[in-house]
Design a protein around this ligand. Structure first.
Ligand code: NDP
Length: 353
């Protein structure tokens, strides 16, 4: 058996068009432009990239984005003060505080400071609490878990009455996706690092959601034939073994360099060190000696690829449906954030509950 691919890019594109049309309607009929404020504290490159892609997503569907950047030393009061300002700004319908925050800040207090009605990330304890309670509805559902359910729905995979197993119980993925499955009347098992006999537990699942952050952990013999497998994991693995020192040289011209967007690579590259041409020596990052100043240096990269928590090649022979990594759950996360922002603007206008 070969699983049907659940294509997150295709679903994300469809939802994208729907959001764009809704945003245009909201502007034309009610004169309201949805607005998303992003708060980035510090200069972590991965966080900068995430914020940029969220802002790009906004502009593509006509949502206004307001970028706020604070230094890595920003105080608790400064961050909370900015959040309070954004709470009071009627042009802002959603506030996204990019995580992780620098260690000296109290992350929980900052997330709690975000107004419930602007919590488009869905991480406010009251929104999570409502998600956990029977008969209650959160104002917003966290984006990655919402994306998982959207994928199941768009492929008409039934949830009600099915055995669902979720691998992982984190606040951002495992727990909320479990609550969503329960709301949809699945029979639920949540697994974590202390669960005994994971393979046998997973084999019970009609719907298996893997969110553990362990590269290719779920094997084909963990999966019930015909099951729908949603792989949330995004893990970076080196293409070559780190010890073999098969460097990819950015300046040599003859070596290949993996670019993020290059389809065949599905990964990227990370700077690992430098080659000092003057002394014919390789230095790892942070190991460049002071006396190397003035030497001819060439940046060296290693290539990585992204894999999920599921062994794709093995599991595709057993599962009925399977998401790839990348291109499965990943593209859904930002789309769900945009949808939450739109919902928030519609709610502010009294158009939805
Ligand atoms: P966390 O590290 O917060 O949680 C991992 C969970 O997996 C924990 O509950 C942990 O158990 C459990 N776990 C870890 N190792 C094992 C094991 N060997 N056996 C059983 N359970 C295990 O991760 P996140 O939930 O934040 O993320 C999970 C994955 O999803 C990551 O790869 C992350 O990159 C990816 N991700 C993808 C997103 C997307 O947009 N597609 C968005 C967010 C995350 P315990 O609680 O006992 O420690």
């Amino acid at each position: 058996m070969t699983a049907q691919l659940i294509d997150g890019e295709v679903v994300a594109a469809a939802v994208h068009s729907e959001i764009k049309a809704e945003v245009e309607k909201l502007k034309a009929e009610h004169g309201i432009t949805p607005g998303l404020a992003t708060v980035l504290v510090g200069e972590d490159p991965a966080s900068q990239a995430y914020v940029q892609s969220k802002q790009k997503g906004c502009s593509e569907v006509g949502i206004e984005s307001f970028g706020h950047y604070l230094s890595k030393d920003a105080s608790q009061e400064e961050v909370e003060g900015l959040v309070a300002e954004l709470n009071a700004n009627p042009a802002v319908h959603g506030i996204l505080v990019q995580l992780p925050l620098p260690k000296h800040l109290d992350e929980e207090r900052i997330l709690r400071a975000v107004g419930l009605d602007k919590d488009v990330d869905g991480f406010h304890p009251i929104n999570i609490g409502r998600l956990a309670m029977k008969g209650r509805k959160p104002l917003f559902v966290p984006c990655t878990p919402a994306g998982c359910i959207e994928l199941l729905d768009r492929y008409n995979i039934p949830i009600e009455g099915k055995e669902a197993v979720v691998l992982g119980r984190s606040n951002i993925v495992g727990l909320p996706v479990s609550m969503l499955l329960l709301h949809r009347n699945a029979t639920l098992t949540i697994c974590h690092s202390r669960t005994q006999d994971l393979p046998a537990t997973c084999r019970r699942a009609d719907i298996l959601i893997a969110a553990v952050g362990r590269p290719e952990m779920v094997r084909g013999d963990w999966v019930k034939p015909g099951a729908a497998v949603i792989d949330v994991g995004i893990n970076r693995v080196w293409v070559d073994h780190p010890a073999d020192r098969e460097w990819i040289c950015s300046a040599s011209g003859e070596c290949f360099i993996a670019h993020r967007k290059e389809e065949s690579d599905k990964g990227g590259r990370r700077k690992m060190g430098v080659y000092c041409a003057t002394h014919d020596k390789i230095y790892l990052k942070d190991e460049v000696p002071a006396d190397a100043e003035g030497c001819e240096m060439i940046d060296l990269y290693r290539k990585y690829k992204l894999v999920g928590d599921v062994d794709f090649e093995d599991v595709k022979e057993v599962a009925g449906y399977l998401t790839p990594v990348p291109g499965g759950v990943g593209p859904m996360t930002i789309i769900m954030l945009l949808r939450n922002t739109l919902t928030s603007a519609e709610r502010a206008a009294g158009l939805v509950e």
